[in-house]
Design a protein around this ligand. Sequence first.
Ligand code: MN
Ligand code: MN
Length: 467
Amino acid sequence: MSNETSPAQQRKDALFSKKKHAAARMSGQELQSCDAFAAQYMAFMNSAKTEREAVEVLEAQLKENGYVPFVPGMALAAGDKVYLNNRGKSLIVATIGTAPITEGVRLCAAHIDSPRLDLKQHPLYEQEEIGYFKTHYYGGIKKYQWTAIPLSLHGVIVRSDGTKVQVRIGEDEGDPVFYITDLLPHLAGDQMKRSLGQGIKGEELNIVIGSMPFKDDKGSELVKLALMDLLHEKYGIVEDDFLSAELEAVPAFPAREVGFDRSLIGAYGHDDKVCAYPAFAAALAVPAPVHTSVVILTDKEETGSDGNTGLCSSYLKYFLMDLAECFGANGRHVMTASQCLSADVNAGFDPTFPEVLERNNCAYLNHGVCVTKFTGARGKSGTSDASAEFVGTIRRVLDAGNVIWQTGELGKVDMGGGGTVAAYIANLDIDTIDIGVPVLSMHAPYELVAKTDVWAAYRAFKVFLES
Ligand code: MN
Ligand code: MN
């Protein structure tokens, strides 16, 4: 009997990679910081369920922290703080560094839109004396998950005179919520024979919004009329104003700690606010970077990034060109010298559904922020695939900063897959790699993440912006 490590164990310790739960690698003090950060994050989640609300909440924080709107041609010096609000739906935050802008920027990109149910342009109708809104879902959802849960309604309505009214109802205590029905099991024999994907169909995602008729003995559509009356009173709108509205139904659940040990966070929209918020917080926590830091929180990722608030558009490129011009530099040279963390969530290993992930190459809860060299599907199609050299650079930055991180792919080869905004940024000739928090039940109305991974994401963005 001996306590000495065997020669094989010694060589393993020296040569093999090690997997360890974050709790085994974090001090008690760091675990406290991680809890405090989780509380901040949950407060943010409860105040910002949609891209518009995220921009509004974060813009207010920027102003409190001395950030001013970016104006092309403005004089800028190290330590200056600017931001660009792109149409109320995406945000770029920049802190000017001490290094020349031609040495590139440190860019973190995350998205603030999440899967949800958008109202159609003619949403309001009545059937059998129940009032409804018609919806068209936004992003990839499992439709059956969106029935029989409380929903809230968020967005804007632009009236015929051009004035805009904001809607946010179903979040505050005392607010009513909204609801999509499902069939009772007693009568669901036929429905249960449908495939899971067809269990609830797109045109069955109709939101119940009321049931009391307008007081009159005569006339049809009296429930619809009474509802329109209420909406007119509350928002000053008529039915045609829905034509120029963006109204989004989202789960009305607040973010909550999950588990006896409170180690997890359940919330709507972790994808991708669980990367957006830490990236934003990291930008504020690095007031004097060497390289100019740029954090972009974009819209439209869940529908493919098209549109002028999504990253297939040129708004990031234009911003970087304008920023370069403030220093008399060429934007193209700035982009070529820049580095980007494309911060988006990844699928965490779910022991209940082990068959879709490959255990050596997937992300685990509580094993830190997940770096993904390539995404894509069917032979890496659609990926920007970070170079070995750039992975090496990021690896050194994360290790030097004692960040807890892991690597993982989204699913087994040919199991499915998915893309992020990484390719659109890499296509600007910027070194880009994916990084993000592992999530369980991604795109469900209530998603799950681990607190230690959220903290690890924040630390990763911070050390990167400091590099
Ligand atoms: Mn995402
Ligand atoms: Mn997504």
